[in-house]
Design a protein around this ligand. Structure first.
Ligand code: COA
Length: 260
């Protein structure tokens, strides 16, 4: 059997998934897309996992895109299937019922930015560069880039990044709302793990409620989204963690959440 293109490690309740093809700047070939899909299925099913951190191996890249060598000779139907395969994996990440943080440790280009954007939060190293350079290859984004960037950063930024293909640095990515935070490269891991720990100690069903509202309600008309939010809010009153959280506040102590 060939070696897995991923490294998977648990640090307490935080699962760290690392794309591990550093000699190819962690480019996403079919095997890596499938391995990621399985890894996120496993993370969803494992109750011990509360948060996932996704990153790339080596000092240079998060993910430098879909694998250009694998794509170069595809025919149209194969190209469509490749896009659908990547999109399905990224939708799996986006709809995970627990938070996923992209630790963007370098280049996040093409499929790499698309992968970061399907995560719920993004922390970038101050050395990172992000972009959608597909037009330089005579291609367009195919793993959701035109759609998620539009929702994340608006039309002006999406048109600029996708039409010019030029990457932006971490500071500009932050200003455009593409990443949530920028950390000095030496502090990226510590800051990401601190955020992951914070989320791992929060009430899991409340986090899931927020993710569901934003994923499902956020794609609806405002009336439907608000109705969905009210229903999810009501559902929280069925959880032990909601009783614990409100009681702990009133008793001036720290809550202990149990995922129930
Ligand atoms: N697909 C396949 N292989 C890739 C890749 C990709 N998206 N990105 C980088 N690689 C490979 C290179 O071919 C090279 O392999 P080799 O050593 O066997 O020749 C290796 O990774 C290192 O990349 P290299 O280009 O030598 O590094 P660099 O530091 O000079 O440049 C980048 C870094 C990110 C600017 C450059 O690799 C690049 O532009 N990559 C493609 C980005 C892109 O267009 N992504 C969208 C794809 S749809």
């Amino acid at each position: 059997m060939s070696e897995s293109p991923l490294l998977i490690e648990d640090q307490g309740a935080v699962r760290v998934i690392t794309v591990n093809r550093p000699d190819k700047l962690n480019a996403l070939n079919s095997a890596t897309l499938d391995a990621l899909h399985h890894a996120f299925d496993d993370a969803a099913a494992d109750d011990a996992v509360r948060v996932v951190v996704l990153t790339g191996a080596g000092p240079k890249a998060f993910v430098a895109g879909a694998d250009i060598a694998e794509m170069a000779d595809l025919r149209p139907v194969e190209g469509r299937d490749f896009a659908l395969r990547g999109q399905a994996m990224m939708r799996r990440v986006e709809t995970l019922p627990k938070p996923v943080i992209a630790m963007v440790n370098g280049f996040a280009l093409g499929g790499g930015l698309e992968l970061a954007m399907c995560c719920h939060l993004r922390i970038a190293s101050d050395t990172a560069k992000v972009g959608q350079p597909e037009v330089n290859l005579g291609l367009i984004p195919g793993f959701g880039g035109t759609q998620r960037l539009l929702r994340l950063a608006g039309r002006a930024a999406t048109l600029e990044l996708c039409l010019t293909g030029a990457p932006v640095n971490a500071e500009r990515a932050l200003a455009l709302g593409i990443v949530n935070r920028v950390a000095p490269a030496a502090e990226l891991q510590a800051q990401t793990m601190a955020l992951a720990e914070q989320l791992a100690n929060a009430a899991p069903l409340a986090l899931r409620g927020v993710l569901d509202c934003i994923n499902t309600g956020g794609e609806s008309a405002i009336g439907e989204g608000l109705a969905f939010e009210a229903a999810q809010f009501g559902l929280m009153f069925a959880t032990e963690d909601m009783r614990e959280g409100t009681r702990a506040f009133l008793e001036r102590r720290k809550p202990e959440f149990k995922n129930r």
